[in-house]
Write a protein that binds this ligand. Structure first.
Ligand code: PSU
Ligand code: MN
Length: 305
């Protein structure tokens, strides 16, 4: 397909993919635009360690120097942490960033695209993008949802971010035919909270069952990805109603300031961190760690099939 021209796969990962060693894709937007600099540097290194501890190889993706990077050197990883140097790249931006030679952090949508090109089946993030509150007016629906409908990557997340309209996000996913599995839960997680009050399609018991479902979907030739909703560990869960108050305030401020488009999610995450006195940052970090653990377990089970 001539993708070699664009794809730059780290040798360790190329080797793993050739040998069927489990690999887990990781995104870079959560670094550059989801977490504050420089605290995100520790996080970036830690997620890779967690994936390795579970027996899989981490593949953080990014766009650097006109290449789609699959796996970063430590220097590149640290470079991706500084939001001053890197843009936020969704599907629409990929070709522009490659041609302009600009550095870009990959969102869930873009990480899925790059992972699929490289042959990586499992990806861990914090929370997927979705249908924003007020979307009936703004039409702000994350490109992540369309990507899940068409690109074959299983995304492990702590549900959809609580800043979104979770009910509408699930409706959209149903329309697009994306399976929404719960990892040991009947209730679709709400990022900082274990429960959103909305059901998942199916509560999978363990990583082996998730792997079988993923495998069967693709065996059947059904297009697109899957969502594995993995609830935040209880000890890091935040109170739903307290967070609702904070989120509503952050959204009101975003509206007042006229924050729109791709800047909304980073603005809200940063403002929620401030309003929660750093609690949301701690939770966001821990839920992402937990997703890496589960994604690596699923990748290991998939490798056995
Ligand atoms: N999960 C997090 N923090 C983040 C994101 C996910 O814990 O910052 C990022 C992902 O890259 C996701 C993006 O694709 O937020 C959603 O942005 P938007 O709503 O503009 O589609
Ligand atoms: Mn959006």
């Amino acid at each position: 397909m001539g993708l070699e021209k664009y794809l730059d796969i780290k040798p360790e990962i190329a080797e793993a993919l050739k040998n069927g060693t489990p690999v887990v894709a990781l995104e870079s937007t959560i670094l550059s635009h989801g977490f504050p600099y420089p605290e995100n540097k520790e996080f970036a290194k830690e997620v890779e360690k967690i994936v390795r501890a579970e027996g899989a190889i981490p593949a953080t993706t990014a766009i650097i120097g006109g290449k789609l990077k699959v796996g970063l050197t430590e220097e590149e990883l640290m470079f991706m942490c500084n939001p001053v140097d890197v843009g936020k790249v969704s599907r629409r931006d990929i070709a522009v960033y490659l041609e302009a030679g600009k550095a870009g952090a990959t969102t869930v949508a873009t990480t899925m695209i790059i992972a699929a090109m490289a042959g990586i089946k499992v990806f861990a993030t914090g929370g997927i993008g979705g249908v924003h509150r007020g979307a009936t007016e703004t039409m702000d629906i994350s490109a992540d949802l369309q990507e899940l409908a068409q690109t074959p990557v299983a995304v492990v997340c702590a549900g959809a971010k609580q800043v979104l309209d979770i009910g509408l996000t699930l409706e959209y996913l149903e329309t697009m035919g994306v399976p929404v599995l719960g990892y040991g839960t009947e209730d679709f997680p709400a990022f900082y909270c274990r429960k959103s009050g909305f059901d998942v399609d199916y509560a999978a018991k363990d990583a082996a069952e998730v792997a079988r479902i993923i495998n069967t979907k693709w065996d059947l030739g059904l297009k697109g990805g899957l969502i594995i909703g993995n609830p935040i560990p209880e000890e890091y869960e935040l109170d739903f109603d307290t967070m609702e108050g904070i989120i509503n305030q952050a959204i009101a401020e975003a509206n007042e300031k006229g924050v729109r488009g791709k800047y909304i999610t980073p603005f809200l995450l940063a403002r929620i961190k401030e309003l929660s006195g750093g609690e949301s940052f701690k939770s966001n970090t821990q839920l992402a760690f937990n997703n890496c653990r589960v994604a690596a377990k699923i990748a290991c089970e998939l490798a056995k099939l």
